[in-house]
Design a protein around this ligand. Structure first.
Ligand code: BGC
Length: 803
């Protein structure tokens, strides 16, 4: 009997594999035949095998060395451990790296080949493992990968092509490592400048997040999500409301009414689902007292049923355990598993105690507490993903087939994105650009480090080894590069000095004889991201005498997640001290802001002649900065968030009218936009633009119509440039208090000096609907205003009426 079953199983699997062997078959099969294949594999599986598919483990669990976050071990599979997990426990997915550090594509290939060999040769059903990784702004955990600007910088370009390019290059370089699944993009709304992951978002506006998110999905998954060997499956995250906590700290409680979730937070996910996003990761936090991983309503009713998501739902790190260990909504880990799987989780990023997860889930099914149909449903989705990724035919892609890994062309695309993102916030008396030959004193803790240019998720989780990577690897980290040293080849082939710090880029561009560097204050090497030390402030003050300009590079060191939580939004006091001292030297100061969130600078901003926000521009960021400062590039970045002026005045540009209150005697204090330092959408250029002939085709419209708007932008300055035309709409009166205004369209256009360009927009009137307190999307008739301009404050407005 047993024997027969095995023979049938083998025949079935052979049929499946033969069917998949023709090139791209698995990519082009229609849904029906895909479903049939999935079902035939499923029909061969035992309950334990299915549960194994729902289990994701950290690589350290099956690698040589201790199973802990950081060690000094090389990346090598421990066959005994791996067989136990993959063969005995049928584990179907692995994530992350060893020692929390980057590896060469070759090392990746060798390790993933070992894993797949075990899965394909030693198991009964031969289901390939799906490997997942965080490749957030380039292939994070790969030596020599092209590091683009982070998402917040990308959003500051207001040009979605850069999100597409980043994702396309990242997919290619991730596949060059044999990895087919990327935990990106972040579609969270970056509404809170205090939150430690705002830089991972596309900023505060739902439309920007939506449009950039769609571009990234297309870059990752390819046209029509027909995934080939240069694409990866995207994982939109963290569904949903992740960054809207009360405290501004990571993974702390949020209170979000449903209509607010729908109106602002869910839109980008819905668009990504419609664009074919294959997987989703769940918000690790708590909304309205309910851990999101435990929420049947959010996972099944909303994500599955309402939004129609058919892909794989993955937990975030250890989040099922957290239902018990952290949130205290399950009395033990077994109950936590019951709650999460029944809520709709398909795969658990366990990531360590996989025996516990699989055994408990098995018992829960036996006890009837989790239905087998739920297990089948989850397994089906995971198998489907593995088929769609072509893993049955090619369990691991080979780095040798990816000759463009880390190429010049890829780095050029990263540079272009950085140069379009840099945002000029102040330029008193057109002090910028600075002529060649100017004597520049470069100072501040961000002047001479690659860590802060890249931020977290760069060769390491917190990004704190980037300087070492870019400068070659120090002996104490050599252990991670393979005992024979061969895995280091690719890094050696790249010129590690190809990337410049700000100081290096200025020295190269303006000449070493003109540029000097003194840090003034610096980040402590092994401390928390906010730990700083004073170096030589007086020396900087003295040296300023011999220079024409001070380039003051301030901001933050790298961080993400809990380690990046913040108690004070003001810039670090030592940095303020340096700025204050320098402000008395009588030399013009160009303030460069290099940070993951808008830290408060109101105390020093008045003394600055110019302010340039570079956010986290990646490996090519300093080159882009010097090109902007020298005028080779005309800045065209615009803020993707509101830059606050005060710690107690944090609001998005789409605040409610009551945020700005005054009585006729001016007796109340204003809050809201008047207290911002710089508005959302703001950013200066070296040229000037005039908006003319703003016309509406019609000003009385029905719900099914579109608002047709045209205008002409004239470049009245003497430099060619790119302008971001922004269109906002205000619903003047509504049944719940309306947003002040909302971005409804934007376009980035190139205009030569002295020339004009006509721009038109056609925006469906239905876009002006809102989600009311009954959670219904409604369009209410009445008066509206459309505003057009180059930022969210200086706008020309026209009224229209919706019948
Ligand atoms: C983060 C996720 C990430 C995951 C896997 C979590 O701590 O919240 O964004 O994808 O770890 O590394």
């Amino acid at each position: 009997m047993k024997q027969n079953k095995l023979i049938i199983a083998l025949i079935a699997v052979t049929i499946i594999f033969t069917a998949c062997n023709e090139k791209n078959v698995s990519n082009s099969v229609n849904n029906d035949s895909l479903a049939a294949k999935v079902d035939s594999v499923l029909s061969l599986m035992t309950l334990k095998e299915k549960i194994g598919q729902m289990t994701q483990i950290n690589l350290t669990v099956i690698a040589k060395g201790p199973n802990k976050w950081a060690s000094n071990d090389t990346m090598e599979i421990d066959f005994k451990k791996a067989k136990r997990a993959i063969v005995e426990y049928h584990v179907g997915s692995v994530l992350n790296t060893v020692n929390n550090l980057a590896q060469t594509p070759r090392t990746w290939f060798e390790n993933i080949s070992d894993i797949q060999r075990i899965a394909m040769d030693s198991t009964k059903i031969k289901i390939p493992v799906i490997y997942g990784i965080d490749a957030i702004h380039g292939a994070t955990y790969t030596d020599g990968a092209t590091m683009f600007p982070q998402q917040i910088s990308t959003a500051a370009t207001w040009n979605t092509k850069h999100a597409f390019n980043m994702a396309k290059v990242c997919a290619y370089e991730t596949r060059a490592c044999g990895i087919p699944w990327n935990f990106s993009p972040v579609l969270d709304l970056g509404i809170d400048p205090r939150f430690p992951r705002q830089f991972e978002t596309f900023g505060e506006d739902p439309l920007l997040v939506t449009e950039f998110g769609k571009a990234m999905i297309a870059g990752y998954q390819g046209k029509y999500s027909n995934i080939g060997n240069e694409n990866v499956a995207a994982c939109m995250k963290h569904f949903t409301g992740y960054q809207a906590t009360i405290s501004g700290k990571d993974r702390t409680p949020a209170y979000i009414p449903d209509n607010v979730l729908y109106e602002y937070h869910i839109k980008s996910f819905k668009a990504a689902i419609d664009a074919g996003a294959k997987t989703v990761m769940i918000n690790s936090g708590i909304i309205n007292g309910e851990s999101v991983h435990a929420s049947y309503k959010i996972l099944t009713e909303i994500l599955r049923n309402k939004l129609g998501f058919e892909g794989v739902i993955l937990t975030d790190w250890e989040d099922i355990n957290k239902l018990c260990d952290r949130d205290k909504i399950a009395v033990n880990r077994k109950e936590a598993i019951e709650i999460a799987i029944n809520a709709g989780i398909d795969m658990s990023m366990v990531p360590y105690e996989y025996e516990e997860f699989t055994d408990f889930l098995f018992e829960l099914v036996q006890e009837g507490k989790v239905k087998i149909s739920r297990i089948d449903d989850a397994t089906r989705k995971i198998l489907k993903l593995k088929f769609e990724l072509g893993l049955f035919e090619t369990p691991v892609t080979n780095y040798q087939d990816y000759p463009n890994f880390g190429s010049k062309q890829a780095n050029k695309l990263a540079y272009e994105s950085a140069s379009e993102s840099i945002t000029l916030l102040k330029n008193t008396n057109s002090i910028l650009p600075l002529k060649k030959g100017s004597k520049i004193l470069v100072t501040g803790p961000n002047s001479n480090t690659m860590n802060s240019l890249n931020g977290a998720w760069t060769y390491n989780w917190q990004g704190k080894y980037t300087d070492m990577y870019v400068d070659g690897i120090p002996a104490n980290l050599m252990a991670t590069y393979g005992k024979d040293g061969k895995s280091k080849v690719i890094l050696d082939n790249l010129n590690p000095k190809a990337y410049n710090t700000i100081y290096e880029a200025f020295s190269k561009s303006y000449g070493p004889e003109n540029v000097n560097f003194l840090p003034g204050v610096s980040y402590k090497k092994d401390g928390a991201f906010y730990d700083m030390k004073e170096e030589d402030i007086q020396k900087v003050v003295d040296a300023s005498k011999y220079h024409d300009y001070i380039l003051l590079c301030l901001g933050e060191n790298c961080y993400t997640e809990k380690p990046g939580d913040l108690n004070d939004l003001n810039l670090h006091k030592l940095q303020l001290k340096l700025a204050n001292k320098l402000s008395k030297c009588g030399k013009p100061i160009i303030l460069v802001l290099n940070m993951g969130r808008p830290r408060l600078i109101s105390e020093i901003e008045p003394f600055m002649s110019a302010v340039v926000n570079i956010y986290l521009p990646g490996n090519l960021g300093a080159d882009a900065l010097v090109d902007v400062i020298s005028g080779e590039v005309n800045p065209s970045g615009k803020l993707p968030y509101t830059y606050p002026a005060f710690p107690n005045s944090l609001s998005t540009y789409y605040y409610k009218p009551s945020e700005v209150q005054n009585n006729s005697q001016g007796a109340y204090n204003y809050v809201g936009e008047l207290n911002n330092l710089y508005e959302f959408g703001y950013g200066l250029s070296y040229t000037s633009y005039e908006y003319k002939d703003i016309r509406l085709e019609r000003d009385s419209l029905k719900a099914k119509d579109s608002l047709n708007l045209s205008l002409t932008v004239y470049n009245s300055g003497d430099m060619d440039g790119q302008e971001v035309v922004q269109v906002y709409v205000s619903d003047l009166y509504a049944s719940i208090t309306p947003d002040n205004k909302r971005l409804r369209a934007f376009d980035k256009i190139y205009i030569k000096s002295g020339e004009s360009k006509k721009v038109s927009f056609s925006i469906p009137v239905n876009d002006f609907s809102f989600v009311n307190n009954e959670n219904k999307s409604v369009l209410e008739s009445g008066d509206f205003t459309v505003h057009v301009g180059g930022n969210s404050k200086d706008l020309s407005s026209l009224n229209f009426f919706v019948r």
